[in-house]
Design a protein around this ligand. Structure first.
Ligand SMILES: [Zn+2]
Length: 304
């Protein structure tokens, strides 16, 4: 049985015009993974080191220029203008920072270049700078792609059965409750997932992306978790030195708020991607890779 989705959408029931809640096709696809690969033009599988670095450097230049303008000119702005200038700075840095994070995600998929060591090095630097443990998340994220849409084995955004919802959910199902949950989710869901595995697959004990002994990882993966932690610790130390030199408020304005926007975008993109009411999820009697992956319009192939 494909769980999830809104099977009782009134529009769907009454045969009215299609609702956004109507279930996307959940039958076994009439094509194979090989068919999908063959339909994609060959140049889409070619990785270009130069093109990838072009996009990365372009983003870094925008971030640097925006930072330079803020650091040089914002302190001398008249008061009312600072209330316009800082939000503009946060929006620009948050949006471009999300692009940087996504390039790190591509590195995790070995999509940045043909060289695994380049992808791992670039990904480790970019994600550490945004306090994401690169290898730790790369490993759990790979397992998510391998089990997308599976009720038992997917790593994130596994829908709960109605019977398993906590008692307080009934009080959140109203406009105020929904806005509150959405705001909390956008602000805190990403760090809470990394630290406490909130919304993640249930494991037999405490699960944390920063813990090398977490049940998320096998014995041979534990060193990679330590390297990821070292990257995040190094970035935290740099931020600590910045706070000492320029003040905590400065750090929050220059780095903290843009990071919150990046975190919000990561959650927003994945939330929309995986929790839409029309998306089916499958238990082990029906799930297979192609069926789970093809539920999602943007789902990537394992070679990408
Ligand atoms: Zn991915």
């Amino acid at each position: 049985m494909g769980a999830g989705g809104n099977m009782s959408s009134p529009a769907a029931k009454n045969g009215e015009k299609k609702s956004h809640l109507q279930r996307v096709p959940s039958a076994k696809p009439p094509f194979t993974l090989g068919d999908v690969k063959k339909a994609i033009p060959p140049h889409c599988f070619q990785r270009s080191l130069i093109r990838s670095f072009y996009y990365l450097i372009k983003d870094l230049i925008i971030i640097s220029i925006t930072y330079y303008i803020a650091a040089t000119y914002f302190p001398s702005l008249p008061y009312p203008l600072t209330y316009l200038a800082w939000p503009a700075y946060w929006v620009i840095q948050g949006c471009v920072g999300t692009g940087i994070w996504v390039i790190g995600h591509e590195c995790g998929h070995h999509g940045f270049s043909d060289y695994q060591w380049v992808d791992d090095t670039v990904g480790l630097i970019l994600h550490s700078a945004q306090l994401t443990p690169f290898f730790s998340w790369k490993i759990s994220h790979r397992r998510h792609h391998a089990n997308t849409g599976s009720l038992e084995n997917d790593e994130v955004y596994i829908p709960r059965f109605k019977s398993k919802l906590r008692w307080y959910y009934q009080y959140l199902d109203n406009p105020v409750g929904r806005v509150g949950v959405l705001a909390f989710t956008l602000l805190f869901a990403w760090p809470l997932y990394l630290v406490f595995n909130i919304s993640g697959k249930k494991y037999e004990r405490f699960t944390c992306h920063y813990d090398p002994n977490s049940p998320l990882y096998s014995e041979r993966e534990r060193l990679q978790i330590l390297i990821s932690d070292a990257g995040v610790l190094a970035a935290t130390y740099v931020l600590y030195r910045v706070a000492l030199a320029k003040g905590f408020t400065w750090l929050v304005c220059i780095y903290g708020v843009p990071l919150l926007i990046v975190n919000g975008f990561i959650v927003l993109i994945t939330l929309l991607h995986h929790t839409h009411a029309s998306l089916p999820h499958y238990d082990s009697t029906e799930w297979d890779y192609l069926r789970g992956a093809s539920s999602y319009g943007r789902q990537r192939l394992p070679v990408c």
